[in-house]
Design a protein around this ligand. Structure first.
Ligand SMILES: [Zn+2]
Length: 344
């Protein structure tokens, strides 16, 4: 009996230790204050979020790869992810766009009209809210056949759903938007299987949906061309060799999720095939935030260090940018940046 008791007590202590370890690991996050020199620090002007006083193109950042690009008349949004379901919800719950959170975020940013919302692939941290953004702003949901199935399942009218032809430009106001096939960030084989990388969503998504229902459905680089200048949103850390060789963009939003876990040789190639390939002089690393946490105080929180090391991901971008004389800037939630004309 004493033996059983001791074993039981031992097991309980082991489990408690393990949980403590998980909690500690989860809490170990870099202090963003150490990187303040890289943050643009310019908050948006909510009243004029989608208007510009002069002819210009600006970007507003909302975390992950959710970026609004606007010339004051027409606005394009990539992903449009705001609901940010918690880790527990992802693992054991069901997911659907949170209408109230999305409405609040759009109102706070003064965004009323979006011409196109473009999920860069169909995982939940990119495509979950795209259909609700389409509903609330009248945007066209432009993306893979899988992303369109998510929109269809959420009840977006067919007139607002458009499967993007690879490398085919779509015109919205003065913007020309092209989805160029890319690759998802490399992940271990078991994760590939678990997250449906290389798989498609074959039927209209049934909401609420399980995390595993959000298959990758193909990844894209989004080229946003404007008479004032071009922007490339490369939200996922994979690449297709030479796919961007004919593309020119001075500004690249570069996905760095998982970068700290990838070998330096891969990262170098990744940077060359994206930023260097398009000749960019300005790089804005994105997808560094913990997308299972809500935005608190208009602030995004970086990933726990052991999951994805922010300092090392940023370090890689800085090293590469140093070689090509590119400027690296980070954006916090609702930060705004004038992209074109450059300067000022
Ligand atoms: Zn993904």
């Amino acid at each position: 009996m004493r033996m059983v008791k001791a074993l039981l007590l031992g097991s309980v202590m082991m489990v408690a230790l393990f949980i403590t370890f998980l909690v500690v690991v989860h809490k170990m996050r870099p202090d963003l204050a150490e990187f303040s020199a890289f943050f643009s620090g310019a908050k948006l002007d909510p009243v004029n979020a989608d208007k510009s006083p002069e002819e210009s193109v600006k970007a507003i950042y909302f975390g992950t790869s959710t970026i609004l690009i606007t010339d004051g008349v027409t606005s394009i949004m990539t992903d449009g992810f705001f609901s940010r379901p918690s880790a527990a919800q992802l693992l054991i719950g069901k997911l659907e766009p949170d209408r109230a959170i999305i409405r609040k975020a759009l109102v706070a940013a003064g965004i009323t009209k979006v011409a196109a919302v473009i999920p860069i692939h169909s995982h939940h941290d990119h495509a979950l809210d795209s259909p609700e953004i389409a509903q609330q702003t009248g945007a066209m949901l432009l993306g893979s056949a899988s992303s369109v199935q998510i929109g269809r399942g959420w009840g977006v009218p067919e007139s607002q759903l458009q499967i993007a032809e690879n490398s085919q430009p779509y015109t919205f106001g003065k913007f020309k938007v092209t989805l160029i096939p890319g690759q998802h960030t490399p992940v271990p084989a078991v994760m590939q299987w678990l997250t449906g990388i290389g798989e498609a969503i074959e039927r209209p998504m049934q909401f609420p949906a399980r995390l595993a229902d959000f298959k990758e459905g193909g990844s894209f680089s989004v080229l946003i061309e404007h008479p004032l200048g071009n922007v490339l949103v490369h939200g996922s850390g994979g690449f297709v060799e030479r796919a961007l060789d004919k593309v020119s963009a001075d500004v690249v939003f570069l996905g760095v999720a998982g970068a700290s876990r990838l070998p330096p040789s891969y990262l170098e190639e990744y940077y060359q095939q994206t930023v260097t390939a398009v000749g960019a002089t300005r790089v804005i690393p994105v997808h560094w935030d913990d997308f299972t946490l809500p935005v608190a105080d208009n602030k995004l929180t970086p990933m726990p260090q052991l999951v994805d090391d922010f300092a090392s991901s940023l370090g890689f971008v800085l090293t590469m940018a140093g070689k090509t004389n590119a400027r690296v800037t980070l954006m916090q939630y609702q930060d705004e940046m004038k992209l074109y004309p450059p300067g000022g």
